[in-house]
Design a protein around this ligand. Sequence first.
Ligand code: URA
Length: 478
Amino acid sequence: MTALQHVKLGTYYVVHLPEADDFDFWRERARALVQCDVPPDRIAWVEPGGSGDLFAHGERRMPVPPMDAKPVRANRRFVSLARNAILHSDPERFALLYRLLWRLQSSPRMMEDKADPDVRRVEELDKNVRRDSHKMHAFVRFRLVESEDEEVGEHYVAWFEPEHHILRANAGFFMRRFSNMRWSILTPRGSLHWDGETMSEGPPAERHDAPGGDPMEDLWRTYYASIFNPARLKIGAMLKEMPKKYWKNMPEASLIPELVAGAQGREAKMVEKGALEFEERPDTLAAIDKAIHACRKCPIGSLDNHAVMGEGPQDAALMIVGEQPGDQEDQIGRPFVGPAGQLLDVHLEKVGIDRRAAYVTNAVKHFKYVQRGKRRLHQNPGAKEIDTCRWWIESERAIVKPKLVLAMGASAARGLLGKTVSISKVRGAPIPLEDGSELWVTAHPSYLLRLEGPAREEQARLFDADLAAVKTRLEELA
Ligand code: URA
């Protein structure tokens, strides 16, 4: 009997998902079902703990697609929304995604139809999941647990209650951010444990499994009280950004009522003292430009140099990131105008990327050098300096919102990823970034300048191949 006949007889296919967030499993099953022509209303998708027994009657094993089955169509927009939407806690999400996939086979442009209820729903799920992840990034608070075992040392534990199945998807974020700490994040949906080298998963936890208070909390409270700016207090906006349900896990939240109550008095005092300057992320390129000139977050900014701001269209689809301005860039005040920039221009032109359409910037905003007589010799920025400067590149990305970021060299890659990667290992393929854009990594043009002969030719060929791949990808994303 063919799959189609099963359907006609009213057979249900029941797909049991091994994990609530298992996109790859869902995709594999969905592909096979589409290829066997099984319509959406004949499938029950059951996640762990779901009520699969309801469908036990008439249930069939997965059909096997015929050898000559047509490939399944799914455009990038669908795949990227589906990957996120599958993390939503709505039990209907698998069916919704299958319905979309099914419909995409006959209407390949349907994802562009903003009025379509299925498209609207998947966009809504995607948005909710992003918001939940954003809250997790902002509101997870670790508490120090003293271990009796000296070898174990310090262990930080956080309790968080995500609304959706976002825990595993956000493991990388916390691993990168707290790579040197030993930590656990406990949630009612599962737990993550990082020992400084490996990540492991554990079962769901309960609130009382996590510690309740420790000296770190005083630090958080002090920090929060010091950055709390009464002049900017907007209670509605604050509640929207930091909903009350998260307060119970945040030590600093105990200060909020008091700070709010005292806000007017504090504001008056601050105005008196002229102390209204608090750092918050600049929201225009002009504001970043101004702020980097005053930046002394690391020692490079205190050398005899000038900050060099990125340049290019504010809505550029491509952001090109270098390491730091060189001697000439520092003097002229523009990125990539010296020898490395001239070589870059040659290669960009060769593959047909228009530099004027790209936003060109650097991971580190000031020129780091040592003075040798009259010459200023370039020095590589250290990891700490690059990490400190990430604040600015992240601010630029938040405004320009490029679809694709090209990092040239290891420092640029670290500026984007927060960790060091090997160029030869990561070049040639996209690395997804948290905001949905893609990072591509290639060598730095200065590296080519330092080579000669066949080695230079070989590296130039690889560089061109990377740029050409970026060009193709940009065209796909357009
Ligand atoms: N090298 C870089 O990384 N950036 C510049 O702007 C110039 C040279």
